[in-house]
Design a protein around this ligand. Sequence first.
Ligand SMILES: N[C@@H](CCC(=O)N[C@@H](CS)C(=O)NCC(=O)O)C(=O)O
Length: 272
Amino acid sequence: MSTARIQPTACSLSSTVRHLGFFNLRLPRSAAVSFNSFDRVRRYGIRKALTVSMSTASSSDPLEILVKASVTTPNKLGDCPFCQRVLLTLEEKHLPYDLKLVDLTNKPEWFLKINSKGTVPVIKLDEKWMPDSDVITQALEEKYPNPPLGTPPEKSSVGSKIFSTFIGFLKSKDASDGTEQALIEELRSFNDYIKENGPFVNGKEVSAVDLSLGPKLHHLEIALGHYKNWSVPDSLPYTKAYMKSIFSRDSFIKTRAQPEDVIAGWRPKVLG
Ligand SMILES: N[C@@H](CCC(=O)N[C@@H](CS)C(=O)NCC(=O)O)C(=O)O
């Protein structure tokens, strides 16, 4: 007999389930499978969820992933855009995973033993712990190629300066230092690219670069809205539509940081 482990993908649900303890269903070995959507269980009932997951899951054991814990709410996912990038990749590839929340303000010994650099995300692949979202997403693409999420190299740097220019503007204390303009220029160039090539960076289908950019744009929207009362100008409708479309994906909603964590996370940079 094997055990089927039903687990959620959403951080909030993950915490809840960990509190309650996992459901353990006794199943014949041939039916051993893990689930990556607690919603399915809620919506369809356990029996249907089993059927759905058995046909879509490409790995039976959940992948263990260490991510930043919320600083505002116990047992919730925190505000790390690199963690969300990896979670989005797992979600979009329908891979089951088991979240472990790490308190970065008081890093536990067991975590530092796994990653002495003390950074998240870290994932366990083939029995080895692997840090860094670039390395992790590449490894996931190689190990689980379906659905393919690779972005062609010539498109992989589209939008890559948005995050750094956002941080420059967020930290700026001088309204005339050009940091706002630098960000608008990057968002304009992105707007023009998406207008020509969208709706996603690689065209019709979402790909790795969108899953990296989405969480960063989410931070931009929340942090600049909060600290500078600023939002993406209406003159950039393709950038705005892109953000809306990424933010409304199920995978994004399940893995996004809470606004209060994003605001708390950027506070030291703003005050700095
Ligand atoms: N290049 C790394 C960056 C990861 C990173 O900077 N993570 C932050 C959280 S968003 C972290 O772990 N910081 C360590 C700390 O806060 O002590 C990646 O892409 O995974």
